[in-house]
Ligand binder design. Structure first.
Ligand code: IMP
Ligand code: MG
Length: 173
């Protein structure tokens, strides 16, 4: 069994998401809905908490992207595995991602979403590993900058395990 060490506790995550929700509320004009697009599967828990931390009306969408195999290293290839259910043209859109790592996934996704002519397009990432960047992407809202270590929990997996841990944990060997 690999060892798990808490990096960010459920409470720390909750408090930071409350702040992110308030920041988003300040940045968007009241009344206009914002499409939150969660990148499956890792962002599902973050999306659920972020949506409730905002007062801005949110519409919920999911998109499926795979850039990772079953291991810890990126395949470098990005594939769309599930598209949105609704058109986003003319709407405010925020892409909701669990972690910004090499940036390959979000670089691909922002280009794809921009082609659909949203009114505005931003990125929120719960976690950011800036040292790992290969593709030029910057998130507009970041929960936590973290060191270059493999983390699981709060939606993030290793080979589909550990997504339902309450804390974000560093995985050892
Ligand atoms: P990127 O395309 O390299 O930025 O990878 C982003 C995706 O890789 C995330 O949505 C995660 O699914 C996965 N990923 C990157 N780092 C980690 C990690 O430390 N733990 C779990 N998944 C990760
Ligand atoms: Mg993922």
């Amino acid at each position: 069994m690999p060892s798990l060490k808490v990096l960010l506790s459920a409470e720390q995550i909750h408090n930071r998401i409350t702040e992110l929700g308030a920041e988003i509320d300040r940045d968007y004009p009241a009344g206009e809905p914002v499409y939150l697009i969660a990148v499956l599967k890792g962002a599902f828990i973050f999306m659920a908490d972020l949506a409730r931390a905002m007062k801005t009306p949110a519409r919920i969408e999911f998109i499926g992207i795979s850039s990772y195999g079953k291991g810890k290293t990126s395949s470098g290839q990005v594939q769309l595995t599930k598209d949105l259910d609704a058109p986003i043209e003319g709407h405010h859109v925020i892409i909701v991602e669990d972690i910004l790592d090499t940036g390959i996934t979000l670089n691909y996704l922002t280009k794809l979403m921009a082609q659909r002519k949203p009114k505005s397009l931003r990125i929120v990432a719960l976690l950011d590993k800036p040292e790992r960047r290969k593709s030029p992407v910057k998130a507009d809202y970041v929960g936590f900058k973290i060191p270059d270590e493999f983390v699981v929990g709060y939606g993030l997996d290793y080979a589909e395990d550990y997504r339902n841990l309450k804390d974000v944990c560093v995985m050892g060997n």
